[in-house]
Design a protein around this ligand. Structure first.
Ligand SMILES: [Mg+2]
Length: 151
């Protein structure tokens, strides 16, 4: 490995108002009498995503914990692999193509997170809320940086 380093340029964080408001921009006319799917609802709550994602949760029941845990690690690895390839192949920049690819991998990560939560009887909404509260508390106490889960 060479001694040169490449920095990934970090774009400024997007304000919340700049984030996509629709996950189904390519929505086509569907049977509205049926239950909503990811293609027919404009905005989605985490609870709805968690519920709908169970429709495709097909894996061996006796591997209910291991399967989604391993899948989550694998998909997180795919995200990391794109970061590596951005450094290796694109001079540390994130191309539009790679941004789309990472977006899809993040969706895969989300799917496995949702399955793990469901298997453990947890609600994604509650997990998200508790996480924000934890981080906000750490920020207010000046311990956002550092290590240790219980700080
Ligand atoms: Mg994937």
């Amino acid at each position: 490995m060479g001694s040169s380093t490449t920095r990934i340029s970090a774009p400024a964080a997007r304000p919340e108002s700049d984030l996509p408001t629709s996950i189904a921009a390519k929505c086509s006319v569907g049977d509205l009498s049926r239950e909503p799917t990811a293609h027919t609802i404009a905005r989605m709550q985490l609870s709805e995503y968690q519920r709908l994602s169970r429709r495709t949760a097909e894996y061996p029941r006796d591997a209910w914990l291991a399967y989604p845990s391993l899948g989550l690690a694998g998909e997180a690895g795919e995200v990391a692999d794109h970061a590596k390839k951005a450094i290796r192949d694109d001079g540390g920049t994130v191309t539009d193509e790679r941004r789309l690819a990472i977006s899809k991998e993040l969706g895969d990560v989300l799917w496995y997170v949702a399955q793990l939560a469901s298997e453990l009887g947890l609600e994604l909404e509650e997990i998200a809320r508790a996480n924000l509260e934890k981080l906000s508390s750490r920020q207010q106490r000046g311990v956002l940086s550092g290590s240790g889960d219980e700080r």
